[in-house]
Design a protein around this ligand. Structure first.
Ligand SMILES: [Zn+2]
Length: 354
């Protein structure tokens, strides 16, 4: 019997989390946008990516700040210089010519993964455009198979960098240094497909030790802070304009089926909270696309940086990937930059954001 039918029979309603309610989860701080601080890899030709669609709209990526802007498409402008105001940095940007994009330029593929590093809960999102995502998937598989000599090889940092679990992976005969080298090459390869990496870092030290309102008291764990970290990464997506209604997205995330007690809403599956208006996620637990390995590597390297454990390998990887990071802290009294995912009306938020 389906869950829905059960509910109809018992009259039981979906949990608050399922219905889209969220309490205050934290305050997000995003870095100021800097022109010249290029978060993307090299662009194959400079120009505008325009949609050949009947609505005459197209998107333009400002390669200096990484933001996407929806612009009106005028047929006569093709091949000619074009000016627009960037959604991200608000600068007037001039492109020398308009290029046609081979795939659907309004479609993005997003991959979300979580990680823990000491007192930090991290959430990373890798973003690629339509065609690039498909091409990257094939190129990375081929690369990893070539590097390891094993068909279907995958690189999961948690497994391959620990002696005990490495024996069960395609990397059993590799040294740590060799694996770092392959991880770096994988990030270099991914760069060919113009990726963008966003990370939300939730600082557990700033949060209460126990889940607010829990009785008996329950310890607040790293997992509790995946949703706030996700919220941080999503805030960066929004700044890039990626939640715009004119774009379509497929947002796959690493499944988090564990149920935890969340303040203000009772028990909820962690993955239910890894969601956002216009950015509906799709939890994946088997046959994860290989692009999850790329975001996993970048998160792992960034975790080491936060813990002051990053060596030259991690630093090199971060230099290539150039992730943009939002910090998430528990500051109930801070009114400056409140972000709350989902709807907050209807429930008494424990700590209203305003
Ligand atoms: Zn810009």
């Amino acid at each position: 019997m389906s869950k829905k039918l059960q509910h109809e029979k018992t009259g039981k309603r979906d949990t608050l989390a399922k219905r889209g309610f969220q309490p205050y989860l934290g305050t997000v701080q995003t870095p100021p946008r800097q022109v010249g601080d290029v978060p993307f890899g090299p662009e194959p030709g400079s120009g505008l990516d325009m949609t050949p669609d009947p609505n005459n709209k197209g998107i333009v990526r400002h390669k200096d700040c990484g933001a996407y802007t929806v612009v009106k498409r005028i047929a006569e402008q093709e091949g000619k210089p074009h000016e627009f105001v960037c959604f991200g940095c608000k600068q007037t940007v001039r492109h020398e010519r308009i290029l046609q994009y081979p795939g659907n330029p309004n479609h993005f593929e997003l991959f979300g993964d979580e990680s823990t590093a000491g007192p930090f809960s991290l959430y990373g999102i890798l973003i690629l455009k339509d065609v690039e995502a498909r091409e990257a998937e094939a190129a990375l598989s081929e690369f990893l198979e070539g590097a390891t000599g094993i068909e279907g090889a995958r690189l999961h940092c948690k497994e391959v960098f620990h002696e005990s679990s490495r024996a069960n992976t395609a990397f059993k005969d590799f040294t740590k240094e060799e694996i770092w080298e392959i991880a770096e090459q994988l990030i270099v390869k991914t760069r060919d497909f113009m990726p963008s990496y966003k990370i939300g870092a939730a600082h557990r030290n700033t949060y209460p030790q126990f889940v607010p309102g829990s009785n008996p008291q329950q310890k607040l764990t790293a997992e509790h802070l995946y949703p706030p970290a996700f919220m941080g990464a999503v805030a960066l997506l929004k700044e890039d304009g990626l939640s715009h209604k004119d774009f379509s997205r497929r947002f796959r995330i690493d499944a988090q089926k564990n149920k935890l007690e969340f303040w203000g809403m009772g028990r909820a599956q962690v993955q239910t909270l890894l969601n956002e208006v216009n950015l509906k996620t799709e939890p994946v637990s088997v046959d994860k696309p290989i692009l999850f390995d790329a975001i996993d590597i970048v998160l792992y390297a960034y975790g080491h940086l936060l813990l002051d454990k990053a060596e030259s390998q991690e630093k090199k990887i971060l230099e290539i990937a150039k992730p943009v990071v939002a910090q998430v802290t528990w500051r109930p009294d801070d009114e400056k930059r409140p972000y709350s995912i989902g709807k907050t009306e209807g429930i008494p938020a424990l700590y209203p954001a305003t």
